[in-house]
Design a protein around this ligand. Structure first.
Ligand SMILES: Cc1ncc(COP(=O)(O)O)c(C=O)c1O
Length: 469
């Protein structure tokens, strides 16, 4: 292809190889959608360089380049899609035709399914009082704010929910996000600078990992729940120059894939020893874990001691969507000023805000709700272990039944579905390779009969697929 064809780029108005527009891009279309600015690397002997040209839509090279680009994309996508299929890690989505509940229907099937894979820990996702509150908020406040919070997106109910959340966790203030993924994306970059350290459990949720990627602090990772390794990493962060440094330990309260619980008392002890702050993601604890549902802190009888809590409204607290950070007033004030997912994304819709307020009402007024899910989890875990299954984790409603092989996990889930039990096989990249599992999620909404049906199906499929004797 010749370097200079004398055509003028319609964006930078330069001719031939001096086209400026192409400098920052490999290939871009010109503004009028006709011409294309194209740059490529060349090698001639030991001479390597970059050349650019602008091709007119009328030139034969134009179609060649267009075709090449389309082929590369098609080729790359297909190779990747095929490799996912071949690895047996393809994730299909079953389409639910009812509301979220312990009993659901899926499309093209008349039969009721028993649902054991939602994070609907308290069974509030289709609670009548929550639905009524959401409808009322729709009437009173509309469907949404068409705005971010600081421009014109803050209503009385947003402030009410933030107050209810901070009171629930016994903190000074709280800030809402459209999801906990966003809360995790916003916290580290806002709080930590280059000189700081973020020290993170290796099994933390993807959203914590991504949030950490966005910040400039030095990153250290400790082995899952390994306190000696955490101490080593804290020592590494502890040098002569300790002025004006934040060390932040980040952990899930409960780990979503393993059902394990972070040893918060030990973490807090080390944090105090090495002048570190502690961040805990409580998505799989808020509302149902601990005696009154205050989460992992309450489970360990240490409410109010963790510096920063992020959590979701999309699991136990009504199951709609939304997330939050709760902590000191200064921290929340700073997040309102600086946190990018808060500043640049729309307000939480009023019906969702009202659902979450009602969910907190229900939890505060029914202290037996969290106990119900703990009792169900304990029963299910014991029965499955007695059958010979290996279940990971502590006594938490996340019950990962370990199978190892991705295809086996997927086949196991299909066989369970034939018996009316909806569970999902988890495989790479959601969990490490060769650590595939069925993650059973227990809810307060499951009756004893529901649990027994699920246990019976596990026994049958486990024997059929020779996982148990
Ligand atoms: C531990 C953890 N953190 C964060 C999130 C993200 O929560 P959300 O759905 O509110 O974005 C999840 C969701 O699966 C989670 O399990």
């Amino acid at each position: 292809m010749s370097q200079s064809n004398g055509l003028q780029c319609r964006v930078c108005e330069e001719r031939g190889s001096s086209c400026l527009f192409a400098q920052h891009t490999k290939t871009r279309e010109c503004e009028n959608d006709d011409d294309i600015c194209y740059s490529w690397f060349y090698r001639s002997g030991s001479d390597v360089g970059v050349q650019r040209t602008c091709l007119s839509v009328k030139s034969p090279e134009y179609n060649l380049i267009k075709g090449l680009i389309a082929d590369v994309i098609k080729y790359r996508l297909n190779v990747e899609l095929d490799s996912i299929r071949q690895a047996g890690t393809w994730k299909s989505e079953r389409i639910i035709s009812t509301s979220q509940s312990s009993h659901i229907k899926i499309e093209n099937s008349k039969d009721d399914l028993l649902n054991f894979c939602a994070n609907n820990y308290l069974g509030l996702a289709n609670n009548r009082e929550i639905i009524t509150a959401a409808k009322q908020a729709l009437d009173d406040y509309g469907s949404g704010l068409s705005s971010v919070r600081f421009i014109c997106g803050t209503q009385t109910i947003h402030k009410q929910l933030e107050q209810r959340i901070s009171k629930f966790h016994q903190r000074e203030d709280a800030i809402l996000y459209i999801s906990c993924f966003d809360a995790n994306a916003g916290i580290f970059e806002t709080l930590l600078k280059e000189q700081d350290y973020i020290i993170s459990d290796e099994l933390n949720h993807a959203s914590i990992i991504d949030g950490i990627r966005l910040c400039k602090a030095k990153r250290l990772r400790y082995k899952h729940k390994d306190m000696s390794d955490l101490e080593l990493k804290l020592k590494e962060s502890f040098n002569e120059n300790n002025d004006n440094i934040i060390r932040l330990i980040a952990t899930d309260g409960v780990f979503s894939m393993d059902g394990t619980i972070a040893p918060l008392p030990d973490i807090k002890c080390l944090a105090d020893k090495y002048h570190a702050l502690v961040f805990v993601d409580e998505c799989h604890a808020t509302g149902f874990f601990g005696r009154t549902g205050r989460g992992t802190e309450e489970y360990f009888n240490m409410i109010g001691t963790i510096d920063i809590i992020n959590s979701t409204l999309g699991k136990a607290l009504g199951g709609a969507a939304g997330g939050y950070t709760t902590g000191s007033k200064a921290l929340i004030d700073l997040l309102r000023q600086r946190s990018r997912p808060y500043l640049f994304s729309n307000t939480l819709p009023p019906p969702i805000v009202a659902s979450a307020i009602k969910a907190i009402d229900l939890i505060e007024n029914n202290p037996s709700l969290p106990g119900r899910v703990a009792e169900n989890a304990s029963y299910f875990r014991t029965e499955l272990q007695n059958l010979g299954f290996k279940i990971l984790g502590d006594n938490h409603p996340i019950c990962p039944v370990m199978l190892g092989d991705a295809r086996l996990a997927s086949r196991f889930a299909d066989e369970m579905l034939k018996r009316g039990i909806y569970v999902i096989g988890f495989s790479y990249p959601v969990v490490p390779k060769d650590r595939a599992r069925i993650r059973v999620q227990i809810s307060a909404a499951h009756s004893k009969i529901d649990l027994q049906q699920c246990i019976q199906a596990f026994a049958e499929v486990g024997r059929q697929l020779e996982v148990i004797k």
